[in-house]
Design a protein around this ligand. Sequence first.
Ligand code: UDP
Length: 259
Amino acid sequence: MARRRQIYEGKAKILYEGPEPGTLIQYFKDDATAFNAQKKGTINGKGVLNNRISEHIFTLLGNIGVPTHFIRRLNMREQLIRQVEIVPIEVIVRNVAAGSLSKRLGIEEGTQLPRTILEYCYKDDALGDPMISDEHIAAFGWASQEEMHDIADLAIRVNDFLSGLFAGIGIRLVDFKLEFGRIWDNDYGRIILADEISPDGCRLWDMQTNEKLDKDRFRRDLGGEVEAYQEVARRLGLLPEGGETAVLDMAEHREKRGK
Ligand code: UDP
């Protein structure tokens, strides 16, 4: 394949120009970062798993009418997506206390929250993605009131759907991060779900054992990162029983051949 123009390189993904105007190719890397990129590492095979897991989840969300940027998966590490204007806000959805919420408010990790809590952070690595409120979003014009209404509405729908999906496979959806984008139809901007949904941006705990099946394994040096991501994929029905390594072996083989 001819070399495509790279549009952007982030911590875990690269975006390339797509085959048609208004499309991009999203490439999933094995790189992992935590604590605002102060901790860096590689999780071999993570990109392949996240590409597959995110494809599955975005497809299911599309089926229930949640608009997303996902078009189709192209290969082991790439998917075709719609180009959006990214809203510079990270939306955190929380069902159970963990991570920064536990630290900030002194609530023990694992405490069920009385209701789902939405938090917003300003997407700016240099500033460490600071938490913001609707007031900041309105004052600085990062999104309109109407867009924020749509974003909150979609975040709750995604949470309800994913909580049920994961509960069905014995996983508690503790919290997760979403990003949204704007697409323009004539002069009207519409909000759609963008980025990815994978164990990189979710806290997923085994319901029986509370074992962490997400990026906290990397953040907290627990080891077994790829096995945890594989377990999520396996329970979602994305890996043939006993065929986990085959998928990753294939990915490595392709890479060695230079794709
Ligand atoms: N999260 C993320 N990217 C970020 C910050 C948070 O994907 O830049 C996810 C994280 O994986 C977790 C949830 O959002 O599932 C809540 O994260 P938290 O605010 O507790 O921050 P952390 O403890 O990850 O620093």
